[in-house]
Design a protein around this ligand. Sequence first.
Ligand code: ASP
Length: 315
Amino acid sequence: MWAVAVHGGAGVVSKSIDTLPYVEGLDSALNCGIKRLASKGSALEAVVDAVESLEDNELFNAGRGSVLTEDGVAELEASVMEGKDLRCGAVCGLKTVKNPVKLARLVMQETPHIFLGFEAAEKFADKFPQAIERVSNSYFITERRMKQFQEAMAANQSNLIDHSYNAFPYKEPGSGGGEKGTVGAVACDIYGNVACATSTGGKTRKWSGRIGDTPVIGAGSYASNNSGAFSCTGHGEEFLRNNAAGFVSAAMEVGKLSLKDAVYELVHNRLKPDDGGIIAVSPTAEIVVDFNSLGMFHAFADSSGTRGFKIWHDI
Ligand code: ASP
């Protein structure tokens, strides 16, 4: 049995917008994961490939298309983790690395450390000219994000979650963009190993140097073969405060809750309404997705032929 799920951020998204491009983006990411898993690849390969494809898709808040800091630049972060041996890697403060998830994987595989940030992370990237593609910061900045940034500035708002645009006066009228956030993937391979990967541009007009939950192992991401693999999206400060992904894992491993109950406990009893959501997969290929925002773009598939996507709670 294998299983994979991907998300494109928690959020309030108008049902009147054309969601097809987002669904297609998630579908391609899902296919990247499926391709690996169905050909006996590892869960790690599946989640890295899936997230890389979402980083390259400018509709999502990761890689190209990331939101901007208060200084008007893209500052990216990502993490990966394997459930087999708790190996993990994370990066933050990146300004020139095209695919942060690939660098996070190299931190895991090629260093004695787990987390590299800012100049140190960029310097580490310099060591892998073949594997790690570099770009100028303008590569990440799309017209839509610049507009969003300017509107947030005009409204004097900062540290905004990507998905809250409809709740603010500077929402993008009729554009249909801007409501989706961070991207992530979780997978279980045929060997019963789980892995997760998460990547983000963070929050619009976040302080330069602000680090969210995404690269923090235990907050936005966690994976253990004793529980499952988890990737979160939403208000990073809340996921950090609640040690969100690690909480679900511990609730299962120590608290003996089922995957579904542990996820429910986090989303509905620990986090506050509209904080966001989580995708999860167990080492037995069970997929659980839950969120307390009105919507969360996600898609899932497994080896038994189950395949689907969901945006809002009722669809
Ligand atoms: N969790 C991310 C952060 O706070 C944002 C998101 O999920 O959209 O940086």
